[in-house]
Write a protein that binds this ligand. Structure first.
Ligand code: SF4
Length: 339
């Protein structure tokens, strides 16, 4: 299969080593690749001493989603995001809910969708945002970057839903290109990341870098019974968010449902979710939300006058009382990017 010129990754995202290998700089695995070798993600390859992003333009999933589905609750509520992903991932989570594409290594060769075509689709379907999601966007960052720069010219925003193991090079590059992120903070346990997810525990550094680079940050933790549902660990995550990202940072606590290689585990009981919610509130977080629980209302309260600002059910906004980014009742500025 011939290599498309667009698939050749910009030299700032790989480096030739003295050993003759090339080092991929797209994520913290920093894979060193011999000629013809593909990295952990299965989609970045050394071909003739160049890094080739095999999934550039090869979209495996494309939908128009409510922004609330990412989830982003403090970012243009009630709007939609043209959402896309490819195959490939740099983690191997047994509970992945998108495993059909994230753990797939076969790349569809027939349809190439250019960055401009993606942007035109977003404009056509009136999405104000393009979301890089479903699988880990870091592994297809060269495509993300080209779409995002093209989208900016049309006044669109760009968001990434990510596991937080971007390389420093990608994190620095995201500044001014990516407007918002939802980052999975899967556990406060380095061993768990290494053994179970086969990945480095760099989510804390990534979150701080994103925050410092002016990107709007929301955090999600999927609570899995017996894995990360102990109060100590949840408190460590909540404390990290409060101390390093700020108490204004939304934290989404998400209920686990058996999937992929974890079909034998029970779904997260509601009492566990409620406990995690209280842990976040006690730690000082002002905006804690519960996800994956059917028919549960998720409410944003004004942190000063405590009136209801946004009431949601599922992905739907029932009412909104934020005007020009401020509480409609007491005029307090509410953190986020508002429409
Ligand atoms: S994106 Fe990450 S996992 Fe994939 S080749 Fe590059 S460093 Fe390795």
């Amino acid at each position: 299969m011939a290599t498309l010129s667009q698939q050749i990754v910009d030299k700032k995202f790989y480096r030739r080593q003295k050993t003759g290998k090339i080092k991929c700089l797209l994520c913290r695995h920093y894979c060193e690749l011999s000629e013809g070798q593909t990295g952990v993600c299965g989609v970045n390859k050394n071909e003739g001493g160049k890094l080739i992003n095999l999934v550039y333009g090869k979209v495996a999933a494309l939908n128009i989603d409510p922004i609330e589905k990412k989830p982003l609750y403090h970012f243009l509520p009630g709007t939609t995001a043209l959402s896309l992903g490819t195959v490939g991932c740099n983690m191997q989570c047994d509970f992945c809910q998108n495993w059909q594409i994230s753990q797939e290594k076969t790349i569809l060769q027939k349809d190439f969708i250019s960055p401009e075509q993606i942007v035109n689709l977003a404009v056509k379907y009136k999405s104000q945002t393009i979301a890089y999601t479903y699988n880990e966007p870091t592994v297809f960052y060269p495509y993300v970057r080209d779409i995002a720069l093209s989208a900016q010219k049309k006044g669109l925003k760009n968001i990434m839903v990510t596991n937080g193991i971007e390389s420093e090079e990608v994190l620095n590059d995201m500044k001014g290109i990516i407007d918002a992120v939802n980052v999975d903070f899967k556990a406060f346990d380095e061993n768990y990341y290494k053994k179970e997810l086969k990945a480095p525990f760099t989510v804390r550094e990534s979150l701080q870098s994103m925050k410092n680079n002016g990107i709007w940050v929301e955090v999600t933790t999927l609570i899995i019974p017996g894995i990360n549902d102990d109060e100590r660990q949840l408190k460590q995550i909540a404390d990290f968010i409060v101390n390093k990202l700020g108490s204004d940072t939304p934290w989404h606590i998400s209920a686990f449902h058996p999937d992929y290689k974890m079909k034998d585990k029970q779904a997260t009981p509601y009492e566990t979710i409620e406990k995690a919610y209280q842990t976040g509130i006690k730690a000082g977080l002002k905006f804690v939300y519960i996800g994956n629980v059917l028919r549960l209302k998720n409410i944003t309260y004004c942190p000063v006058c405590h009136k209801i600002l946004i009431e949601r059910i599922g992905y739907q906004i029932l009412n909104k009382h934020i005007v020009k980014g401020k509480c409609a009742y007491c005029n307090t500025k509410i953190p986020g990017i508002w429409n």
